[in-house]
Each structure stands twice: as structure tokens, then as C-alpha cells.
Design a protein around this ligand. Structure first.
Ligand SMILES: [Zn+2]
Length: 326
């Protein structure tokens, strides 16, 4: 019987296919991973986990994670639906992350950088003390080492569970960037979907060059709040990356697959490295069997290496997240 040729739905391994949130097409998870979580039908840039992003943004094998031993403390004894430490514990188990940011060093076109990426699947990428500390350390290390800093923001804003301590991170990260600026350092900010609230009102907006991913929602307060406060119709495309580029706030909108090359060009143009710095951060050579075909830009290789550490966390979207932007 013809039906027997089809596997029953319940026999299908879970997580093999996902639906694109924009065009509703079914996508093969592995293919999506290799394509940096960008839908190959409509080009929608879906959420990419922080570790995935850090590994694929820099040269293959060059990312070295740092400060992964920082853990959140519940100094306010905060309880909403459940105690804050319990919420952190559950989120950490689900996402495979200890906190909402992954930071470290890597190279782009062989040039060393510090990098910090925020993860929206970890409590909406909200900025608590640990996220703020990781961003600050990445910026401070860049100042000390005389190398550029890159921060990829993807956040709903400050983390209400940490109250004032969360808001303090805006001042702390901004002060670190001010110091980097005084010392004539280079700081590149990348805005992914979404970048809002206290993150947008601090380090995300302070880049010497600001990149954004296509279609990213970028702003401080949500459009409804603004509309109700101003009692006026908002222009079309308000708070999208494209709108903000038109208004001069964003320098470039770059496809995820082109981001490494674009950042490489900007660094090449704006930064001069001492030779020994380049040697010190050089990634280890590839194992012989990993050597790809000529002309491989490393993206495929990165995706391969990601396959084993594939984000097992949920793919949260702004609409689905219950996290509150500040
Ligand atoms: Zn799509």
C-alpha cells in the first residue's frame, strides 16, 4: 500500500525541520544552521544563538571564549512567577548558556578583535549585571590590548529582575566605551533583531561604526507606547534598521553572511596592528581532514563545527518572549 512508504508523523525525529517565521516555508534545520539561520527562500534573518554568532563571525577556529565563569546573583531576592535564581537555572539548562552573553577574542581576516554577543533566547537577551560585565570586559580588553572591540546586540533591554543593578550597566558599559574612545580605540556595534531598551540606550548606540542586520527592530520604547504618548501616527517602517539608516543613525545594513567581510574591510581601513599582535592571536592551523576546497570563506566550515554544538535552546522571537523591554 502506497501509504506505507510514508513515515508516520510520530516517527519523525524532532527538530529536523522548522518553519520560517516570515514566509512559512519548511526549512531543514541543518541547512539553516549552515546558512547562519537565514531563510534561503525569503532571506529572513532568524535568531542566532550568541555562541553560534561569535564562532561564525570570526575566522574559523579563532574564537576563544572568556569569562564564562561569571554567574548571576539574586541580590534583590526577586520573585515574579517564580524566584529569579530558579528562572535563571531553567533558562541556562534550556539554552546551554550560563548567561545572556558570550564573549572572548577571535580574529577577522587574521586581525585580532574582542567580541561579545548577546543571546535573545536567554531571558530576551536582557542586560543584567553579568551581561553588562561581559560587554565591559570585552571593551576594556580591547583598550588594554590595542585591538578593536565588536559587540553584537540582540536584546529586549534592561533586566527587570535586577532592577537598579541592571540599569547601572548602561552607565558602566558607556564609561568603558568612553575610555576606549579617549584612548583612540575602535568599537564596532552590530545591531541584530531586536535591539531595544537599555541596551539600545547605551553601548549598542555608541559604536564608531554601527552595522545592522536587514529588517532588525531597533529602538528604545515600543512603537505603541510612542504612538500613545505622542498621539500621532508613526511613519511607515518606523524603528526598522532600514528606516534608521535613512535617518543617518546606522552606517550600514549588512547581510549576516557578509558581516565578517564587511567588518574586516572597516578594520582594515581604520586600524593599524603591530605585527606581533597578529601573530599572538593567530588561530591554530586546521587539522588535515578539515581543509576545505579552495575559495572556501570558512562559513561552511564554521557551520560544520557548529553542527555538534547546535543551539539546543529555544528560538525565541520578540513576539513570543515574555521578557520586558525597559
Ligand atoms: Zn523565509
Amino acid at each position: 500500500m502506497a501509504w506505507s512508504r510514508f513515515r508516520k508523523k510520530k516517527d519523525m525525529p524532532e527538530g529536523l525541520w522548522v518553519k520560517c517565521r516570515s514566509c512559512n516555508q519548511t526549512l531543514y534545520t541543518k541547512e539553516l544552521l549552515a546558512n547562519l539561520q537565514v531563510c534561503h527562500h525569503c532571506g529572513f534573518h532568524a535568531h542566532q544563538s550568541a555562541r553560534e554568532r561569535a564562532i561564525t563571525l570570526v575566522d574559523p577556529r579563532s574564537f576563544i571564549e572568556m569569562w564564562d565563569d561569571l554567574y548571576t546573583q539574586d541580590l534583590l531576592d526577586f520573585v515574579d512567577k517564580e524566584p529569579y535564581p530558579e528562572k535563571i537555572r531553567k533558562t541556562a539548562t534550556r539554552s546551554g548558556l550560563t548567561e545572556g552573553a558570550v564573549a572572548g577574542t577571535g580574529t577577522i581576516d587574521g586581525k585580532p578583535v574582542t567580541i561579545c554577543c548577546l543571546d535573545f533566547s536567554f531571558m530576551g537577551g536582557s542586560m543584567g549585571a553579568v551581561v553588562g560585565e561581559k560587554v565591559t570586559r570585552a571593551i576594556e580588553l580591547a583598550a588594554d590590548e590595542r585591538i578593536p572591540a565588536i559587540v553584537v546586540s540582540c536584546s529586549g533591554g534592561a533586566r527587570m529582575h535586577e532592577g537598579m543593578l541592571s540599569l547601572m550597566q548602561m552607565g558602566k558599559t558607556s564609561a568603558a566605551i568612553a575610555r576606549l574612545n579617549r584612548e583612540k580605540g575602535l568599537y564596532l556595534s552590530v545591531l541584530a533583531n531586536p535591539t531595544t531598551g537599555g541596551v539600545m540606550a547605551s553601548f549598542a548606540a555608541l559604536g564608531d561604526v554601527i552595522f545592522a542586520e536587514p529588517g532588525a527592530l531597533i529602538g528604545f520604547a515600543g512603537p505603541r507606547v510612542i504612538q500613545e504618548t505622542l498621539r500621532t501616527e508613526l511613519p511607515e517602517g518606523f524603528q526598522t534598521a532600514e528606516f534608521l539608516r535613512e535617518k543617518g543613525f546606522i552606517d550600514r545594513i549588512v547581510l549576516r553572511k557578509d558581516l565578517r567581510a564587511e567588518i574586516g574591510k572597516v578594520i582594515d581601513f581604520l586600524w593599524a596592528y603591530p605585527e606581533e599582535q597578529i601573530e599572538r592571536y593567530a588561530p591554530p592551523p586546521p587539522p588535515p581532514e578539515e581543509e576545505g576546497p579552495e575559495g572556501d570563506d570558512g562559513v561552511g566550515e564554521n557551520a560544520e563545527s557548529l553542527a555538534t554544538t547546535a543551539a539546543d535552546g529555544e528560538d525565541a522571537t520578540p513576539a513570543e518572549s515574555d521578557e520586558k523591554a525597559e
